[in-house]
Design a protein around this ligand. Sequence first.
Ligand code: NAP
Length: 281
Amino acid sequence: MKVSFVGIGLMNGSLSLDLQRLHPDVVLSGISRKTTTLNRAVELGLIQEIGSINQLQDADYVFVSVPVAAIATLLPQVLDAVGENTLVMDFGSTKTAICGAVKNHPKREQFLAAHPIAGTEFSGPDAAIPNLYDGKTIMLCEVAKTRSDLLARATTLLQKLNMTVRHMDPVAHDRHIAYVSHLSHITSFMLGKTVLEKETDEQNIFDMAGSGFASTVRLAKSSPEMWMPIFMQNKHNVLETLNEYISNLNAFKEKLEAEAVDELLADMKEINKIRTILKHK
Ligand code: NAP
């Protein structure tokens, strides 16, 4: 099996580790902007060879996992370069602009749009970990536009990775993901900003950071190079979630100012319902 990675950071690096476990004979090559990234990926054993976009003809799979704006730019070039038996998948966190970028491409049926709901706040080849995808959900979009034999190939691989497949159209995907992922990241970044601005003595932050602060601010360690294009591509949905969130924050502030204890208690008890929704997480 021949696999090419376009981008070799957390997502593709972790996939490489799992593919090597599942298919010991897999041949892995990688394409990335920086030679340092490619050399590190070779050192870590994530790829065996450094590839180029002109060498994708006989790949069985090409996984494109770079920031979402770069996916939209690179995907048509990747499709131009692949042979007729290659399946191209992207792992981008947004789907509308990416599906739009290849909607009229002559090889559109060789592309499958995917978003694994798996990840960490770390990036680059050194962030790659085994079993990142094990037991996680993967959202697939516009599956009817992917050639049936290539879709079957992808489904077999995702089953081997022990992933749960969900189908969604790209517009709905971007609307829902804005609430559960993009808003969480903005909240975490802004919590980090607020505390950093207030606490000039970093030792105090470190000493007093209980598990609540550490877990809430964890996402603020994420790569700005990855997140800025996500916020820009999904700006319309992200702004809608932000408006709702800001209005909830303002309502909380007003109730606190008014010492509306019963209302605050009732609100927080209602929100505790999240325990039952996320009981297995
Ligand atoms: P990452 O660890 O930061 O790796 C990014 C890769 O993309 C590196 O190989 C980097 O190469 C390359 N790259 C960075 N900027 C680029 C640009 N402007 N043009 C071309 N290549 C560029 O990122 P990742 O976490 O694997 O994320 C990859 C994709 O997966 C993103 O689209 C993200 O939305 C999606 N995703 C991420 C997560 C997560 O939790 N991290 C979860 C689900 C989906 P160089 O070092 O050579 O520049």
